[in-house]
Design a protein around this ligand. Structure first.
Ligand code: PXL
Length: 275
């Protein structure tokens, strides 16, 4: 597959800001973002929102970073280094969601923001306070170029149970009404089909993105990896449908290269790019 342009040594790469939580197990969250962003030849800047205590078996707990420290990290990066795209992952609390939205409005970086509305880990451990859902819908979604919920997040955000393509379209329509420019409803958790179909919608046409399902139990960090790759493509000036197509191919390759780790779910891996 074609990857993104690689910067010549010594030249400044594109920059993507990830606003996300740390996974001590190194599989998901910031650590997944950093791997993908680096291996796509982009410089990653980070606003840490939370420190999770986590391994491959689950999230034992987390400590949220105070909102003003999250805002400070965003401002320090945007006002000096400059970014061409940003993404959000785990935002932990209503305070952080509101602060990220207010800080984005204040700084006006005028670059695409990808919002991956992370609500829980793959084991069901909560990563976002239920009280933050309303804030996510009302304050952050209208600022997003793209939101990328999985089917569990769709249910929490708009109350739609996605079971087939018709309900996937209904979910995309309900999410788009909340204000993001584009919505990607990821079908990866629809276990019944041999394909993973993601549906992209901008209020006009639906675009379907299909990939053969990769049979692996090592899929930790898949959503983060997809959103990070999309943000990198957007930072290179791709239009959203092309960025999503790129991200989908990237995460499919990372799923094929996923490796076992610990006693639970191993991570999807972009390390194949080194071989
Ligand atoms: O994959 C979603 C995710 C994002 N961020 C952090 C996580 C997880 C899943 O476990 O731990 C920090």
């Amino acid at each position: 597959m074609n990857y993104l342009p690689v910067p010549a040594p010594g030249t400044t790469p594109r920059r993507v800001l990830t606003i996300a939580g740390s996974d001590s197990g190194g599989g998901a969250g910031i650590q997944a973002d950093l791997r993908t962003i680096a291996l796509l030849g982009v410089h990653a800047c980070v606003a840490v929102t939370a420190v999770t205590v986590q391994n491959t078996l689950g999230v034992k707990g987390f400590h949220a970073v105070p909102g003003d420290v999250v805002a400070g990290q965003m401002e320090a990066v945007v006002t000096d280094i400059g970014i061409q795209a940003a993404k959000t992952g785990m935002l932990a609390s209503a305070d952080i969601v509101g602060t990220v939205a207010a800080t984005w409005r204040r700084l006006q970086p005028a670059v695409p923001l990808v919002v991956d509305p992370v609500c829980a880990s793959m084991h069901g451990d909560p990563l976002l306070a239920p009280s933050a859902l309303e804030c996510l819908r009302e304050q952050l979604f209208p600022l997003a170029a793209l939101v990328t919920p999985n089917l569990d997040e769709v249910r929490l955000l708009v109350g739609v149970d996605v079971v087939d393509e018709q309900s996937q379209r209904a979910a995309a329509t309900a999410l788009h009404a909340l204000g993001p420019r584009w919505v990607l409803v990821k079908g990866g958790h629809l276990r019944s089909s041999g394909h993973s179909r993601d549906l992209l919608y901008d209020g006009g046409e639906f675009h379907a993105f299909d990939a053969a399902r990769v049979p692996t139990g090592n899929d930790h960090g898949g959503g983060d990896t997809l959103a990070a790759a999309i943000a990198c493509a957007l930072a290179h000036g791709f239009a959203v449908p092309e960025a999503v197509a790129f991200g989908k191919r990237w995460v499919t390759e990372c799923l094929r290269a996923a490796y076992p780790l610990g006693r639970g779910h191993g991570p999807v891996s972009p390390l194949f790019r080194l071989s």
